[in-house]
Design a protein around this ligand. Structure first.
Ligand code: BV8
Length: 252
């Protein structure tokens, strides 16, 4: 008995292009904190104090040290079976586009070759004054001075903060992937942040079969084809196994 609907599997086995939209839940089993879960990052602090340019300028040491701790967590983490299975999808489907809201680069480390980073990444940093790339942030919360570039400008992570526009190139690629895919698999996202959350609806409006893998229902559950409840690190390997069995049987 499959966890996946026959229509989903049929659409997937015959798909030329699959777009996978991931959020923080895809990295949860790598030990990376999510944002809006009961024990998530926003349960301890407010995005307005940590994930906006205004917050950064107001208190650069606080923001830089918060990102320093997240960078350490990401560098100490490994891709989990969800990331590995998403990468394996490329062996089974002609075109796979991974559109991620995550900033941890774990999809790249798992071997995915076509990753669109909607919200940038934590590892790269740059100077807000001269734009030069700088060394990774390592700032303690009680530091007396923020990390600065040789030019004297403040160093920030290369992420997209609230109130900042996404990279045009990245968002255009994401829109293309959502509007042209046969199947869209949304993994571990609460679908509350725009414009990322509009992508599954765009896919659905263009006739894609849209499914979400999540441990709970989300803001888009009633607007897509199916919700499969379960952990990303369990569901994605199960899906890849079913696809491999089918491709061996040659039933499709
Ligand atoms: C912009 C920084 C133009 C990087 C982040 C339209 C309507 C309403 C508001 C807006 C709108 N347009 C713009 C806005 C404002 C704002 C916004 O969306 N606000 C919302 C929250 C009300 N958007 C913006 O500002 C964006 N910019 O649109 O530019 C503009 C400019 C000015 C003014 C207006 C428009 C910029 C958005 C990017 C913000 N940056 N982070 C960082 O530090 O990480 S957002 C942050 O949320 C992260 O990037 C994160 O990726 C993203 C989405 O969160 P999720 O990934 O979904 O994570 P979450 O914790 O929420 O959910 C995890 C899910 O996983 C849960 O469902 C859970 O059940 C599940 N789960 C947990 N464990 C597992 C699991 N599932 C499976 N398996 C598991 N094991």
């Amino acid at each position: 008995m499959s966890l996946f609907t026959p229509e989903f599997l049929d659409r997937l086995f015959s798909a030329d292009h699959v777009t996978v939209l991931t959020g923080a839940g895809a990295s949860a089993e790598s030990g990376i904190a999510t944002f809006r879960d009961p024990d998530g990052l926003w349960s301890k602090s407010s995005p307005a104090e940590l994930a906006s340019y205004d917050a950064f300028v107001r208190n650069p040491v606080r923001v830089q040290s918060w990102y320093s701790a997240r960078i350490r967590a990401v560098l100490g983490a490994d891709p989990n079976p969800c990331h590995v299975s998403v990468a394996a999808l490329e062996e089974l489907v002609p075109t796979v586009t991974v559109v991620t809201q995550n900033v941890d680069r774990l999809h790249h480390r798992a071997g995915s070759t076509n990753v669109v980073e909607l919200h940038g990444n934590l590892i790269d940093t740059y100077c807000v004054t001269c734009g030069e790339t700088c060394t990774t942030l390592e700032v303690d919360p009680d530091a007396s001075e923020p990390a600065k570039c040789v030019c004297g400008g403040l160093v920030r992570p290369a992420v997209v903060w609230f109130g900042e526009t996404l990279s045009r190139t990245a968002f255009d690629a994401a829109v293309m992937a959502a509007s042209r895919c046969d199947v869209c698999i949304c993994i571990g996202t609460s679908a509350e942040v725009q414009p990322a959350a509009s992508l599954p609806i765009l896919a659905s409006d263009h006739g894609s079969y849209v499914v979400e893998f999540n441990v709970r229902e989300t803001a888009i559950s009633d607007r897509i084809d199916a919700t499969v409840l379960g952990r990303a690190g369990t569901l994605m390997p199960l899906l890849i196994n079913e696809m491999r069995e089918q491709s061996n049987v040659g039933a499709h």
